[in-house]
Ligand binder design. Structure first.
Ligand code: ATP
Ligand code: SF4
Ligand code: MG
Length: 357
């Protein structure tokens, strides 16, 4: 979609320098298939060594093709998916180690808005009850306080408190997503994961919903982990970008740096595919046409996971997995073929080999 009329999130930088969220070497592997004698258990390596920080009041976008592990990463951060290895430190506390009451308390701090505003609401539950549900579940406040909080949340998301008596089918898609946002905010979280929050909505109301998210961020100092396929939305709303490919981050950079110059061939390919309002292609650093599908996450190739689709791959790329390296301040890239000359990172032979693809 076009990003027209979308206000930016304008991250609110707190005085505290510790990131609100710090993820280190996160791995989420799922066992699949039957165990059989003499054969190792097959594992889907949905998330395979992901690390990032998000400062308080900022928005990190996670982008990448379907199946790259974006949602699983987010579910791991929220402890809604079992974590195989690594750490998730939220406001100074490693939530991967928490159980029972401590985990419940941590869950107040991090909530999620799902993609589909239709299936994420129970059709038989009044909207006010849905928004109040997390408060009931976590036993927060008295009954009267919870009702007052529901009224406040309805107002915050641009609905009228009296609409809390209505059922989901009595709202439009955009209004239902507002109810989901209100529900996510009920426990006054610091971190909100937005998993494709507007992709199921009509184009006409996407910008309104994104503007609401940006306004709430400014007013409440929220930190967003924002998952999207839409690079125009990402450019308008996010402070930093992480590009995922087959369970790993392949590039991570501040917004301006990323959009002015992508360094990983996969990021270039993603940007090459973005149509602009004028019908042309968005500002990719070069042009790379993405062909074929990613390999299976069950047995990822031994070297660079993008090697089979990368137009600038050389044989060495398939021999060892590149590290995610900080090649310029804040700009991290997982590729053997990026060099740093006089402090400036530069893809090797991109122009010669990929232009015109
Ligand atoms: N519970 C599970 N069991 C087995 N495999 C899973 C499970 N959940 C996710 N996967 C696999 O993990 C990989 C990553 O899935 P994930 O849903 O995180 O991708 P995504 O980037 O969010 O994709 P999309 O853009 O389509 O939402 C996929 O190969 C998926 O099939
Ligand atoms: S390491 Fe090689 S195959 Fe992988 S992205 Fe870089 S150039 Fe392409
Ligand atoms: Mg997903």
């Amino acid at each position: 979609m076009s990003g027209a009329n979308i206000q930016t999130g304008q991250g609110v930088q707190g005085a505290c320098t510790q990131p609100l969220l710090s993820v280190r070497d996160l791995k989420i592997h799922f066992s699949v298939g039957k165990r059989s004698w003499g054969k190792p258990q097959e594992l889907v390596r949905a998330v395979d060594g992901v690390s990032f920080d998000v400062d308080r009041g900022r928005t990190l976008a996670i982008v990448g093709e379907s199946g790259s592990g974006k949602t699983t990463t987010a579910l791991g951060v929220l402890r809604l998916s079992p974590v195989t290895a690594g750490s998730v430190v939220l406001d100074g506390v490693d939530v991967t180690a928490l159980q029972g009451e401590a985990l419940r308390r941590a869950r107040r701090q991090a909530q999620i808005v799902f993609q589909d505003p239709f299936s994420s609401l129970n059709p038989r539950q009044r909207s006010g009850d849905a928004v109040r549900a997390p408060l009931d579940l976590m036993n927060i406040g008295t009954r009267a306080e919870r009702e007052a909080r529901v009224d406040e949340l309805f107002t915050q998301v641009g609905l009228r408190p009296e609409q809390k008596m209505l059922f989901p089918h009595q709202f439009s898609g955009g209004q239902r997503q507002r109810i989901n946002i209100a529900r996510a905010l009920a426990t006054k979280p610091d971190l909100v994961v937005c998993d494709e929050p507007v992709s199921a909505l009509d184009v006409a109301i996407r910008a309104q919903t994104l503007n609401l998210l940006a306004k709430l961020q400014r007013e409440l100092g929220l930190t967003y982990l924002f998952i999207s396929h839409d690079m125009a939305v990402v450019e308008h709303l996010c402070d930093d970008i992480a590009v995922m490919y087959l369970g790993q981050i392949v590039e991570r950079a501040p917004r301006q740096q990323f959009f002015s110059r992508q360094l990983h061939p996969y990021s270039v390919a993603l940007m090459s595919a973005v149509p602009t309002v004028s019908g042309g292609r968005a500002r990719a650093a070069h042009r790379i046409k993405l062909v074929g599908d990613p390999p299976s996450p069950i047995a990822p190739p031994p070297g660079c996971r993008f090697a089979g689709r990368c137009p600038v791959a050389v044989p060495a790329c398939s021999q060892s997995l590149p590290e995610l390296r900080e090649l310029e301040p804040g700009h991290w890239v997982r590729c053997h073929r990026v060099e740093v000359i006089d402090g400036r990172a530069r893809p090797i032979l991109f122009a010669a080999e990929a232009v015109g693809a």
